[in-house]
Design a protein around this ligand. Sequence first.
Ligand SMILES: [Fe+2]
Length: 388
Amino acid sequence: MPFYHKLGKIPHKRHTVFRKPDGSLYYEQLFGTIGFDGMSSNLYHEHRPTQVKEVKGSYSVKPKIAAENNIKSYRFKGFQVKPNPDYLESRKVVLTNSDVDITLASPQGSTDDYFYKNSDSDELLFIHKGTGKLRTHLGNLDFKYGDYLLIPRGTIYKIDFDDEDNRLFIVESRRPIYTPKRYRNWFGQLLEHSPFCERDLRQPYELETNDEKGDFLIKVKKQGEIFDMVYATHPFDVVGYDGYNYPYAFSIHDFEPITGRIHQPPPVHQTFETDAFVVCSFCPRKYDYHPESIPAPYSHSNIDSDEVLYYVDGDFMSRNDIEAGHISLHPAGIPHGPHPGAVERSIGQVETEELAVMVDTFKPLMLTEDAMEIADETYHKSWLDENH
Ligand SMILES: [Fe+2]
């Protein structure tokens, strides 16, 4: 997160004596990334955050690969992923490579009896359906339909849903996820041409501080395994922190689309970046206003990136037979473009209600067994003219 946040109580000077009302010390922790070079926050705990009681064991959550080397375009019917009462078990990786997991989830319940920490990846949760509260050791965030929740690696969290009807599109990134650098000045402030600004980014507002001892289970994800670790003190025991490394929320409905007289390329929709992939938000907007413009996109060859579109809501003008919750995969190496009739249909249209999230990866994506269960195996032929 490129700007400073402070929550709770902290001492005047870092790395100095900071005492509780009874005279004993609070315990400081630097919570940082990329060695000591990336974003960091300075936390103050009721107890030392290092008190491991037991490592109960581990189990693999590595996705099972069905197709390692893929050249076919695919459509996946995301809402066919079955709901599951457990948050972690509900998460089904559908596309993966060494940089990123693209995951669908329909959790019916909250993380009632455990805390969760992903030590490998930043997690970007897109809330397609559901409301609730993300609770973390760095404070809480309320969420609802359309929210992106950016959870930096190492954040200990629980997620509470208000009811059982939830649909999430999750991007797990081994590389840190940032807002695009080109939208920031050299101090890090978002510039006037950015499609969103700091005011749109919601910071944790509520800190839960539990001064409790006992047995606290944290499920820690590391290198594709979940380790069941039991800690002796409550993981949410921070009395205050400040810094730049914390979870935040951004609503896709607060993204202000950039439009033009002629068709604008996908980078104008960019919302997040890493050095391995980008995330774009396609939002309701006015179409191109040149009198001869063709609002539908032209065919294009993403020669060296795989393109994943997750359809959220509205009418997807360039595609036939696409519904909310579907994912299209257009792999590197072959061109793709509007479906038959879509270009003609688009001429004269003045606006679109489409809402979609796009992930473009620079390395090819592998398809998992969970993906094949919801795959449309005929999609790659859907560009053929009817008489073929
Ligand atoms: Fe494309």
